[in-house]
Design a protein around this ligand. Structure first.
Ligand code: BG6
Length: 485
């Protein structure tokens, strides 16, 4: 199966924070892979911009190292790297002052190309960058800005950021990134739901007992302790990534697959979320092992109460979902890196096979990573004589097996998202009101923790999280699915 690659129009992409970690690990390697795929063949220019003095040649060397470290296939590098690097340049500039801006303007003054400015910097620089772009005549109606997370740390700061950006840019020009929306399987969730007649009639509280969304990581906070300890799992993962997964799972079918139709439906889900009760949320912090530091040591803050794990029970008060809880959990240093959405259907109303046949349930699992795919658990008769014994088996559609070798390469989310920016498609980006509504839901939970000053529950590295998280779901007579790679 050969996938179609449609080249994008020629563009200029300025990456503010062009020498930062995200540019190195994600943005530059993603651009290179799109270049290799032939999607940037119309002539593109990528200009790294940061404070440090560096010339174009040094930036190209920096990019070469980044690509070989993060995802450069040796064959592709041999074939395409030199040509790709020729499209790169660098400008030293100050986001808080005027140094370097005339230089940038000078490099961009040739023609009416698509122009995108990627704010791969901390949120405190979003406002100054937007203002400088405007002051230097670069904020034309055709340009786009791409804004990284974290988008604020609560509703009020997100509102302020939205207001600052809105002074110079229209909402249709602002691309707020949540890289989970660029993941292949996340987009597939919409295809499964809305391109098949099979699931939609069952996708409601009449047939679905509950839904579990798990984003488990096996790694710890690593070198990001400084940032992470001020955020915690609730701000870092739940307010954005998990919320997006919840929205795509729960939303009504949009009339069209276009930015506002999809985002309107997601917003309705967020607004229908009930406030979370104190007993409906558990937070945890990982302990160390003989060889690995615990959370507190890793972030070098002995007294920190920041959570590296959250489990919670969410309820959506609307006709479709009343009575069907969504159990959400995410954490670091868990048993495995494994993310999935599991739709657990209700028991058959009556078993004709008698009580000896055991309890069997259909579960639709959408595996985000690793081994992207979809699995439907069905109950069948166990083969062989000896009566009607029932057994659960998976109808498994691992993409790499079902779609052949072509699909074994799963593009990184940033590849898809950056190309969407150039194409001018905002469907997989968050709208300002959506981000604010998501904060409005998580803010009271965080405030309650701050006021109470309670300690997070400790959990062992390599476990499934704290025991309290097990109790959260056991209380309802249900159990978490196993976290397995
Ligand atoms: C980031 C978080 O947004 O997502 C990290 O800041 C987290 O803490 C990461 O590790 C997870 O992304 P992925 O794509 O590896 O699942």
């Amino acid at each position: 199966m050969v996938s179609r690659v449609i080249p994008v129009q020629p563009f200029d992409l300025v990456v503010f924070g062009g020498t930062g970690d995200l540019a190195r690990r994600k943005i530059l390697p993603a651009l290179f892979r799109r270049f290799c795929a032939g999607q940037m063949d119309g002539g593109a220019r990528v200009i790294g911009a940061a404070r440090g003095e560096m010339d174009g040649a040094a930036y190209r060397a920096f990019t070469r190292d980044a690509i070989s470290e993060f995802g450069g296939d040796p064959v592709e590098m041999e074939a395409h790297l030199s040509a790709f690097l020729e499209q790169l340049d660098y400008v030293a500039l100050d986001a808080n002052g005027d140094d370097g801006w005339d230089d940038l303007v000078g490099r961009l003054d040739d023609g009416d190309r698509i122009r995108a400015f990627y704010f791969s910097v901390g949120p405190s620089l979003f406002g100054p960058l937007a203002t400088r772009l405007y002051d230097h005549g670069l904020a034309s109606p055709r340009c786009r800005i791409v804004v990284e997370k974290p988008f604020g740390r609560d509703r009020s700061s997100a509102q302020k950021l939205n207001a600052v950006l809105a002074q110079h840019f229209d909402e249709t020009q602002i691309y707020r990134i949540d890289h989970y929306l660029g993941k292949e399987t996340v987009q597939n969730l919409m295809a499964i739901r809305f391109a098949n007649t099979l699931f939609e009639p069952l996708w409601n509280s009449q047939y679905v007992d509950h839904i579990q969304i798990t984003v488990a990581e096996s790694g710890g906070v690593g070198t990001r302790g400084g940032y992470y300890d001020k955020s915690g799992a609730m701000r870092d993962m739940v307010q954005n990534h998990i919320m997006q997964l919840l929205c795509l799972t729960a939303m009504e079918p949009p009339a069209k697959y276009d930015p506002d139709s999809v985002r309107d439906e997601k917003l309705k889900v967020i607004r229908a979320l009930d406030p979370v009760e104190p007993e409906g949320v558990v937070r945890g912090q990982y302990e160390g092992t003989d060889t690995l530091p615990g959370y507190r040591n890793e972030v070098e803050n002995r007294d920190t109460t920041t959570e590296s794990f959250v489990a919670l029970k969410a309820r959506i008060s609307n006709w479709r979902w009343a009575g069907t809880p969504f159990y959400l959990r995410t954490g670091k240093r868990l048993r495995a890196r494994a993310s999935e959405i599991a739709v657990v259907f209700k028991d058959a109303p009556h078993s004709i096979f008698g009580s000896d046949s055991g309890r069997h349930r259909n579960i639709l699992t959408i595996r985000l990573q690793p081994n992207e795919g979809i699995e439907m658990g069905v109950t069948i008769k166990e083969p062989g004589p000896g009566g009607m014994r029932l057994v659960d088996v998976p109808l498994d559609m691992t993409f790499s097996e079902a779609l052949g070798p072509q699909s074994e390469y799963v593009p990184d989310a940033y590849e898809r998202l950056i190309m969407d920016v150039i194409r001018g498609d905002q469907t997989l980006f968050m709208r300002g009101d959506e981000v604010e509504a998501a904060w409005a839901w998580v803010d009271p939970i965080i405030e309650r923790w701050d006021v109470a000053g309670t300690q997070p529950a400790l959990y062992s590295t390599g476990s499934s999280g704290p025991d309290d998280a097990l109790a959260l779901i056991h209380r309802d007579g249900r159990r978490w699915r196993e976290i397995r790679p």
